[in-house]
Ligand binder design. Sequence first.
Ligand code: ADE
Ligand code: ZN
Length: 325
Amino acid sequence: MKGLPKVELHLHLEGAAPPAFIRGLAREKGIDIGGIFTEDGSYRFTDFWDFLKVYEAACTTLTGPEEFQRLTLAVLEESAASGVVYSECFLSPDFCGGGDLAAWREYLHAIEEAAEEAERAMDITLRGIVTPIRHFGPEKARQVAICAAETAGRFITGFGIGGDEKVGALKDFAWSFDCAREAGLRLTAHAGEWNGPDEVRAAVRDLGVERVGHGVRAIEDLALVDELAEKGVVLECCPGSNVALGIYPSFRAHPIAELDRRGVKVTINTDDPPFFHTTMAREYDDLHSAFDWDEGQFRRLAAGALDAAFCDADTKTRIAKLLET
Ligand code: ADE
Ligand code: ZN
């Protein structure tokens, strides 16, 4: 599975930080991040809400653009080792200068430099999706949307929202999504991971997104499943993340295969791979074991993911050639 060329659309840059990388930074800088690691060096958390706290604690070691440059390289090395040729990463101005535009530009410059280096060295292409964090609230999200709109272009291609789905309502973020849309950005939102089908409906109706992060709980309402299939809404499925966080007990119980059978455009992603002990190659292996998916199925989904990618047409043409190998 490692050798199959892959496209990933749902990966949080900070959430992809290897624990050893964060532990090294904490030591280097003398930052106390508390007991966020297990004895064997993994991240330690009890549930999704504890995961968010550990995630934010880990981010306190990422103190400047240089740390993000190193992080981006480390993350792309891991992705490339799994066969990923194109990746869209969620980038959070909240963790890159706290929503200040001038600071965000500096962080972004560092991330783009690392992406260019990785593209030269490893033939992997990165694009960024600017992402406010839902539980930080709509006011913060407006600042993030302005950062996104001001830096929209070849590298920053999309706008999304992550964080705690149980806090607030998606419609409270409509101003931010309108701002991003007007700047030419393509839209996605986490929904239907912790809340049910109505949240997926809200993402499509209230924010006008063309992709949904997770979205898998749409399966609880088959009329919605039909609507997603008909509208061509793409689900950024992260099966290993959902199993690790206890939304589904196993890969076999995950709805990705059923959604696919019902005509919904599904894609395969890792979300926050070291937190959930996964990689893109591991997701492929586990999906193969659970559903007996073969190479043809994986190639079909990778082509669909590229089709749903937010990058420009020239980049898609170039990546499409890599998918044929
Ligand atoms: N941020 C990082 N991972 C996330 C997830 N699985 N859901 C919501 N927000 C996140
Ligand atoms: Zn996510």
